[in-house]
Structures are given as C-alpha cells and as structure tokens.
Design a protein around this ligand. Structure first.
Ligand SMILES: Cc1cc2nc3c(=O)[nH]c(=O)nc-3n(C[C@H](O)[C@H](O)[C@H](O)COP(=O)(O)OP(=O)(O)OC[C@H]3O[C@@H](n4cnc5c(N)ncnc54)[C@H](O)[C@@H]3O)c2cc1C
Length: 450
C-alpha cells in the first residue's frame, strides 16, 4: 500500500521458467479430496503428480489437526466407501490395541491420529505410484480460452511450471479456478463466513476420572462451559467442545471459534494463527483448573494452521442446493452421496449454528456437474469448494465426502487422459459411474442395486 492507502503495482519482467514435470493428471492439494483423486487416477493407470504446500498429506486432518472423521454412514449403512473407507479402516488397523477394540466396527466420528495417517498416506501413494512434490505452493496458472496450459509452482528450487492433460483442483479454496479466472462465490449474502478453529492436542489427561466425575455429579462439559461463560472465566461463544480420545491420556480438541477469518487471505490466516494459539492457551488453562481429570493437561500441539471451514466455492455446471439436500435428490450423473447434516457454524458471536439433519438411511446425490467449473474445460474440482449453495457446503465439506469426491475426480481425470480427450465434459458419465461402482463406491440403491 502507498501512504495514501492506494494499492501499488509492479511489473513482473517476462522470463522463461523450466517445466518441472509433464503428467497425465496433476492433483493440486493433498487433503482428503486430493488423496482420493491421486490414488484413483494412479490406480486407473494415469501418471500422477500430487503437489502439496506442506511436508505431508492429510489436509485439515493433519495440517489443522481436526481430531475426528465425520460419519461415513447414514446411521444405517456406509455411504462413503471406496478409497475413503479403505483409508479409515487402514488407519484404525494401525492404532493402539485399545483404540482398535474401542472403535472396531465403528465408522462414525472415528478419532484421527495424525502421525499414523501421514505415514499411511505416504505409503499408499508410493504403492499406487503417485509422484509427490511437497513444500511446493501453486501460485498461478497459465490459461487460454478456458484451457489451463500449466500451473506455476514456487519452492526452494525457484519458480517452475507443471503441465498435465487434466488438472484436479483439490486446494479446498479453488486456487486453480481462481487463478484461471473462473467464476467463484464465497460466504453468505453479507459476505459472512463460518469461523475457523485452532484445534489442539492434550496429553496427561485422565479419561476415567473425567467420565466418573460426569457420572457422579451429572456435570458434563457443556454444563461446565455454560457456567464458566456466565461467570466470565471462559471466553468462548459456543457451549460445545469436540473431544476425540486417542487413549485414556490423550485427546484431540475441536473447541472454540476464531471469527472474521477469510482463509483465502494470508493476512487473515496469520491473524487466525496468533488468535487461535492465544485462545487454545486460555482454554487449556481453564480445562486444567476447572475440569476433573484434566488437572495435569499438557498441551503438545496446535494446528500448523487455523482450521478453515469455508472460503471460495466454484460456480459449476450445477449448483447443488439445500432443496436438493432436504429433498434427498438423486441426479443422473451422481458420483457420490452425502448423508452428513448441514453444519453451518455461526459467522459471529451474535449469530447461531444452523443444523439440518436428514432422517436415518437418507442421503442425497452429488452430481459430476458440481465438480466442473463453468468455462474451464480441463480442471475438475473436488472437496470443500465444489459448486453448492452456502448451506449445502456446510454438509458436503466434511472429510469422508471429500475422499469420495476426490476419488470420482481422479477416476474421471484418468479417463480423460487415457481416452485422449481434452475436456472433463467429454467423458461418458455412465462409464465413470460404472468404474466407481467397481472401485466400491456407493451411489445409492438405483446404481448399486441395478
Ligand atoms: C475446525 C474444523 C473442524 C472440522 N471438523 C471436521 C470433523 O470433525 N470431521 C470431518 O470429517 N471434517 C471436519 N471438518 C471439515 C474438513 O476437515 C474439511 O472441510 C476437509 O478437510 C476439506 O478437504 P479438502 O481435501 O477439500 O481440503 P483440505 O483438507 O483443506 O486440504 C487441502 C490441501 O491443499 C493444500 N493446498 C491448498 N492450497 C494449496 C496451494 N495453492 N498449493 C499447494 N497446496 C495447497 C493444503 O495445504 C491442504 O493440505 C472440519 C474443518 C474444520 C476447519
């Protein structure tokens, strides 16, 4: 900025940059959507490069330490299957014996041990033959007439280009679509966004003492939070804390909100990191002094980044709406199904949560068209930022869904490249669905039981 508040611009001199790699499918971002996409594309025979700005995979589960996977089921059966279910079961299989016993047969709200997940994902990528490039940020694209020609990457080596036949935008903020000049929308009518949360991990807890205290005095955490809020000893807005126990001494926490953070702005992420750590420190101190079993709590970790629930959404060939959600609508081009509830966290301290549940056994379809950004031919979007209205994003955004959308995007990407097509819209969607079913996906009775 200038002294008078005017934004200043500079001219970047034209220069040649090296092409780092040319692949069939380039997956941008290594969260649940990117993981599903990369594994599916490689298993379907494509050469795949996955680029991730951190030094590991997992997205919000490992970057922000989001402590549990949302439900895989509709309370009656798993709706998220395929690669997402494989990763869940494989992670559970590597956890401590006690954890395995506790969570055997469970598919909903399974706690995440980030280190187990990171290693598992490294190994899965190696087995599938996915090339990985960590510590690399995608900062731009070269685009012409709705076709992305290359993405521009920045890392220790410098600035380079990566070319692919098809690009998968799994950045969760639709970075590729943004840089390609695609149509985007964000937040609510007033620009409101769901808050962020700095998740954290505590050790030296005594789960048995905590639970016994709840049993004996009938005083649960919600009650304690409300009492503390009214007495002014705890500065949080919502009287809820997500606690995911990894063992009797260790738990991950999704507790507290940081308002006014736009995760597509680095200044806001910076503020969120600082405010988030301060809030975690305050909450931990309160837990130590007020909650039985938490007296010796040892704070071992906060997220590398404040967890971001909502930023940009693409405008795709179809915008999935809350009417579709509530009507449990199916589409001829469904590539996954969602049974998770609309879980829209309050945008500020004065507003409330919006929660809309589907009945048990019910889900709605996610059409392939919601993954295709209007006006861009060779980018498929998967994960948090697909084309939905704001309320529906509050449901589709969760990790199991992102695995499933990613798997569909990667499978479609491999089809585009193998069939020598140049558009995500040219594939035969029936063929894509048939392949997803062979891979174990659930697309609803009409597809799976046909
Ligand atoms: C506080 C919080 C609590 C939540 N609770 C739950 C829960 O309990 N259970 C659940 O299932 N879901 C939960 N969610 C939702 C869920 O974690 C995310 O919506 C989900 O992880 C989105 O998956 P994704 O693959 O689209 O993106 P992400 O998980 O965000 O992954 C995107 C990846 O892309 C990388 N990336 C982004 N931009 C670039 C770039 N330009 N260059 C290189 N790399 C890039 C990022 O580093 C990241 O690894 C929660 C989210 C938050 C924030």
């Amino acid at each position: 900025m200038d002294n008078d508040g005017q934004k200043k611009f500079m001219h970047l001199p034209e220069r040649e940059i090296p092409v780092f790699s040319e692949v069939d499918v380039l997956v941008c971002g290594g969260g649940p959507a990117g993981i599903g996409a990369a594994l599916a594309a490689a298993r379907n025979g494509a050469s795949v490069l996955l680029i991730e700005q951190r030094g590991y995979l997992g997205g919000m589960a490992t970057v922000a330490n989001v402590p549990a996977f949302c439900p895989y089921t509709d309370h009656e059966k798993p709706v998220i299957r395929g690669i997402g279910l494989e990763i869940l079961e494989d992670m559970k299989g590597r956890m401590e014996v006690g954890f395995q016993e506790e969570w055997r047969g469970e598919l909903d709200w399974v706690p995440i041990q980030a280190e187990v997940l990171k290693l598992l994902l490294d190994e899965k990528m190696q087995e599938a033959g996915v090339s990985l490039l960590f510590h690399t940020f995608i900062g731009d694209v070269i685009e012409q007439n709705g076709m992305v020609d290359a993405v521009i990457i920045h890392n220790k080596t410098g600035t380079q280009a990566v070319k692919a036949k098809i690009y998968i935008d799994a950045t969760s903020d639709a970075d590729l679509v943004y840089h390609a000049g695609g149509q985007l929308t964000q937040g609510g009518d007033e620009g409101e966004l769901q808050p962020g949360t700095m998740c954290f991990m505590l050790h030296n807890l005594d789960r048995k003492r905590f639970l016994a205290h709840v049993d004996e005095y009938g005083v649960d955490l919600k009650h304690a939070i409300n009492k503390a809020k009214s007495e002014g000893t705890l500065n949080v807005v919502r009287d809820w804390a997500g606690i995911s126990w990894l063992n009797d001494q260790t738990a991950g926490f999704n507790f507290g909100h940081i308002f006014g953070i736009d995760g597509s702005k680095t200044e806001d992420l910076t503020h969120g990191a600082i405010a988030g750590r301060a809030l975690v420190n305050h909450i931990t101190e309160w837990l130590r002094t007020h909650i039985a079993g938490f007296e010796q709590a040892f704070l071992s970790l906060t997220g590398e980044q404040v967890g971001i629930r909502e930023t940009r959404r693409i405008v795709g060939d179809y915008v999935l709406t809350s009417d579709d959600f509530q009507g449990c609508r199916s589409f001829p081009d469904d590539i996954a199904r969602n049974a998770y509830f609309i879980d829209l966290h309050m945008a500020n301290a004065q507003s409330g949560m919006t929660m809309v549940h589907l009945p048990p056994g019910q889900s709605h379809g996610i059409p392939y068209r919601s993954l295709l950004p209007v006006g861009i031919e060779n980018v498929i979007v998967a994960g948090k930022c697909i084309s939905t209205d704001r309320a529906t994003q509050g449901a589709t955004r969760v990790m199991p869904n992102c695995f499933a959308m990613g798997e569909a995007a990667g499978t479609a990407g491999a089809m585009v490249s193998k069939q020598g097509l140049n558009s995500s819209r040219s594939i035969d969607v029936k063929q894509l669905q048939a392949q997803l079913l062979r891979q174990g996906a659930w697309l609803g009775e009409a597809f799976n039981e046909a």
